[in-house]
Write a protein that binds this ligand. Structure first.
Ligand code: CMC
Length: 430
């Protein structure tokens, strides 16, 4: 018999079904509570709310475990590629060779954006933030490619998914070129996904970018490590929009906006800005940490802390190791790496961070890798967005595939005035 929990309210008892996830997570199903007991639950910032059942990504935040479709992130980081991992997330299993080839072909066939979109890029002022351009242009793509407005259908889904992943990469690179006043570089079908992105970012009309395998691999790994992270702010946004049956591109554009925030994907940009500030002021990090701990100051140690991880973020471990490897391979030195080390070392010993279980997250070291590659800081969150695309697509599909899927619509506890009369302006006290 399945387990139930008992809730007592106003002297009456209510049975709540207990839902158990495959990793043992237990949740009380309160979906009929308002009907039966006349009350709702309240959970500000959704800190303790399971918004859905999902089979895509598993996290055990206390143990620092992350798995995509059951496969540990460490194994994927070592053996897989971003595109293979994208297939895994979207379709729920690793692809066979023919499936990999098909996805690869679809990505190549859809890498161009409508030529007239180039004029749309012209409308943005110089130095426009590439995240603003990315979100706007993902949405605008459906005006140029009306087929993108088609609703979800299992027959066309493969194509829609590949279109989004491929065009986002082109839009992101064009956004960067535009923000620098540089000529647009078209994709090259011979290149694989990540190499093609680097080519569009850094080649010049008169000279192709030198694609170093270690650089391509490092960026591919960054994409892979960002590919999904269950019900974070942007993914929940994507699921919310999808539940209204908006098209995939509209969902992704909304996801980009949510991701932009500095508490979420924008943290990778904020980390580097924080490290640069510490560096230019000649601080060894201690003054900055003191300011963070001083609650009257709003400063936070960016790249630290996580809603779910109360342990070292497993992605941060992999990225930190990759950061050292790449700098070694490129024979590069970055003074910000030493500062990041000092901050990490000090924070992990400090009562403030220890008692709150604040550890480095995915954003703490990723920026140093991107700097070494030559990616400018305002593009960091765009890189995160490209990486997160397969996750958003997988969640979109999961929402669309629900049987009798309903629109997401939370309730609230209203605390404003219950009833008051309208007062004409001439009768209002100044
Ligand atoms: N620096 C200083 N104090 C912190 C930090 C931090 N980075 N993170 C949390 N705290 C403190 C916070 O002030 C609070 O203290 P108190 O209990 O005294 O009020 C306590 O720790 C709990 O923090 P919270 O804000 O309630 O935690 P949350 O789960 O709502 O927020 C977070 C999670 C990631 C937004 C937060 O840790 C944070 O702002 N970190 C810095 C930004 C960052 O690195 N974001 C990237 C997250 S990982 C990638 C992604 O999801 O996009």
């Amino acid at each position: 018999m399945s387990e139930t929990a008992k809730l007592e309210l106003d002297g009456k008892a209510y049975q709540l079904p207990v839902i158990v996830g495959s990793g043992g997570e237990r949740a009380l199903d309160i979906s009929s509570l308002r009907q039966t007991a006349g009350c709702i639950t309240l959970d500000d910032a959704y800190a303790n709310t399971g918004a859905c059942q999902s089979a895509i990504t598993y996290i055990d935040g206390d143990q620092g475990i992350l798995r995509y479709r059951g496969i540990p992130i460490e194994e994927l980081a070592e053996h897989s590629t971003f595109i293979e991992t994208a297939f895994l997330l979207i379709y729920g299993r690793l692809p066979v060779r023919a499936e990999m080839r098909r996805l690869s072909d679809l990505l190549t066939q859809n890498e161009m954006i409508h030529e007239d979109m180039k004029f749309h890029f012209e409308g943005f002022p110089p130095n426009a933030h590439p995240m603003a351009i990315l979100s706007a242009m993902i949405n605008a793509s459906s005006c140029f490619h009306p087929r993108l407005l088609e609703g979800y259908s299992p027959e066309h889904f493969d194509l829609q998914a590949a279109r989004l992943m491929s065009k986002v990469r082109t839009i992101a690179a064009f956004a960067f070129r535009k923000s620098r006043g540089l000529p647009i570089i078209y994709p090259k079908p011979v290149y694989k996904y990540t190499a093609n992105f680097l080519h569009m970012m850094f080649s010049e009309p008169y000279q192709d970018y030198d694609l170093k395998p270690e650089v391509v691999r490092a960026l591919d790994l960054i994409f892979l490590l960002h590919a999904d992270h269950e019900q974070n702010c942007s993914t929940t946004t994507v699921r919310m929009i999808a539940s209204a049956q908006a098209n995939l591109f509209a969902c992704a554009a909304g996801g980009v906006c949510a991701l932009w925030g500095p508490l979420h994907g924008g943290a990778n940009q904020a980390v580097i800005q924080m490290l640069e500030e510490i560096h230019t002021t000649g601080d060894d990090g201690s003054k900055f940490l003191a300011a963070v701990k001083d609650k009257s100051d709003r400063a936070r140690l960016m790249g630290f802390g996580h809603r779910v991880y109360k342990n070292y973020d497993p992605r941060a471990k992999i990225i930190k190791a990759q950061c050292h490897k790449l700098l070694r391979q490129l024979k590069a030195d970055d003074p910000l790496l030493a500062i990041a080390h000092k901050l990490e070392e000090a924070a992990l010993k400090d009562e403030y961070f220890v008692s709150r279980k604040l550890y480095p997250n995915v954003d703490f070291y990723s920026g140093i890798i991107m700097r070494a590659i030559g990616i400018p800081v305002e593009m960091f969150t765009v890189i995160f967005a490209i990486g997160r695309m397969p996750g958003w697509i997988a969640h979109y599909k999961e929402v669309m595939d629900r049987k009798n899927g309903r629109i997401y619509r939370p309730r609230q506890v209203y605390v404003g005035p219950l009833l008051q009369s309208y007062v004409p302006i001439e009768q209002r006290a100044d």
